[in-house]
Design a binder for this molecule. Sequence first.
Ligand code: G3P
Ligand code: MG
Length: 230
Amino acid sequence: MLQLPKVIGHRGAAAYALENTLDSFREARRRGATWVETDVKLTADGVPILMHDASLKRTMGVDRLVSRTKAADLPKEVPTFEAAIECFRELGLGCNVEIKPCEGREAETARVAVETLRRCWPAALPAPLLSSFKDVSLLAAHEAAPDFDRAILIDALDDDWRRRAEAVGAVGVNTNGKKLTAPRAVEVLRADYLLGVYTIDDGDVARALTGMGVHCVITDAPDLIIAALI
Ligand code: G3P
Ligand code: MG
C-alpha cells in the first residue's frame, strides 16, 4: 500500500519560494520535506508543465493563458513536468502530482501526465500519488495507468465523496483541512482511505488534524509543520 509522508510541501515550499518552480522544490527539500505536491497542466502545444492557475499572470506577471502559450514561449522559471521529475530525482523527493487541467483538456492532461511518469519517473523514488478535482482526469489516469495510485480532491467532504472515490478507484481523499470535521474524518478512515489535508500552515491546526487521524498534511511551510508534528 502507498505510504505517504506526514508532511508534503505544497507547490514545493510556496511560503518561501515561487510556487511550482524548481527553486521551490529545492527549498522544500532544504526545509525537510521528503515529498512535494505540484500542479500539472498542458501548454498550447501539449507539453505538460507546472502551473496552478489557468493564466501566467499571478505568478509570472505575464497576462496570458497557459492553454494559448507554447512551451517554448513560457517564462524560463516555469518548469516542464519532465524537468521537475529530474529535479525530484536529484533531490530524492516523492510527489503528489495534481492533475490541474485547463478547461476541456481533462482527459488529455491526465493521459499526458501518466505517459510522462511512465517514461521518466525514477525507479529509486517512491511511486507518485495522482490527484485531481476532476473525475474525468482521474478516470483517464485510471484507464491509462491503473497501477498509479489516485486520490480524489474535494474542498469539503459531502455525502457523495465515497461514490466519487469508488468510481475512480481512488486509494486516498485529499480535502481542505480547514473544512474537515471529525465525523467526516472518521468516515474516510473507517472506509480505509488515506486521508490528506491541504493547505495547512499552522502547527496547532496540523496537530489537531493528525489527532483526528489525518495521514498527511500538505503545507506551504513544511519546516513549520514538520516541527509541529515531531
Ligand atoms: O493538492 C492539494 C491542493 O493543491 C489542492 O488545491 O488549488 O492548491 O491546487 P490547489
Ligand atoms: Mg494543487
